[in-house]
Write a protein that binds this ligand. Sequence first.
Ligand SMILES: [Mn+2]
Length: 330
Amino acid sequence: MRNIYKIGRSFIEEIKEGEKVAVVHDKDVDGIVSAVLFARSVEFPVFLIPFSWKDETIENEIIEFDIIVTLDLANDVVKKFLPSGRKTLVIDHHPIRESINAIIVNPRLVKQDSYKPTSYIVYKMFEEKISNLKWLAEIGIIADKGVEECKDVVEVKGEVWKSRKGTGAKMIAASSVIIGVTETVEKLLSFERLDDLLHDEEMRSSLKKYEKEIEKCEKEFWKNCMEIENAVVGIISPEYEGVGSVLSTKLAEKSKGKIIMVITDGNPMRVHGRCNGCDINIGEMLREICGGGGHERAGGGNIKDFDSFVKKIAYYLHRKSRKLGPGKRI
Ligand SMILES: [Mn+2]
């Protein structure tokens, strides 16, 4: 593993004075923290660009740069916007499905099923320079649920989400949707200690607002939900991004064995499926029903028509409970 960090560092050392460096990073907490750790590690100025798969302007934004560094973005995502002939460094932890013309720092090159968030990788690459920001790296790791394999960095005991660093992770998530990703990065760049984050008024009020919104949506979900076999399906209209995903995870933790489908209203409507402890593969189910995807316990997809979605769920679950194959009619 040490070797891949060294390859990443050599790439950085070879950057010449005057070369313009763009850092494109994911918008989630791991991506935001990685960007802050990276910017605080290198001696040269960097231009930070938050990116999500919906962004279409990225190619124009990075065209003028000599060097591209991407953080927490999978190879196949980077491939879509990478301009040709540009020196590129990809620091990431997603499965490697595509090869691209770049230097790759990804623990999966060494161990395929490794799960070490990008915050951990960036921290390990520059540990000597940013040991004072270990608390921030820990927050990025906690947010991406990577504590298990990063115990040499994360020091939290007991329930991580209830710890001070867990609260820090929630504050960053909330502030990124309420005050914005770039503004959140700006703030984090100025914090030296965990207390600077935990005591920041704007960050604190973001978390309060976000939690209030989740509570409101939880009530809305139970008020108009319907039960189909062991699935509970309900629509919510959240004010902020990411609420559907957070709420579905929360509800599934509370209702073990139930399939939770939180649908966020909009055009298109989006479904967030979760299940803890049932024998239905959520990702597979949503792939078949609405062309979505995911894994055993969590998945998502877009819905055009609510009524036909509900019918398809009923048909799918009825078929599964009778162990019928996909082609057989009931
Ligand atoms: Mn990540």
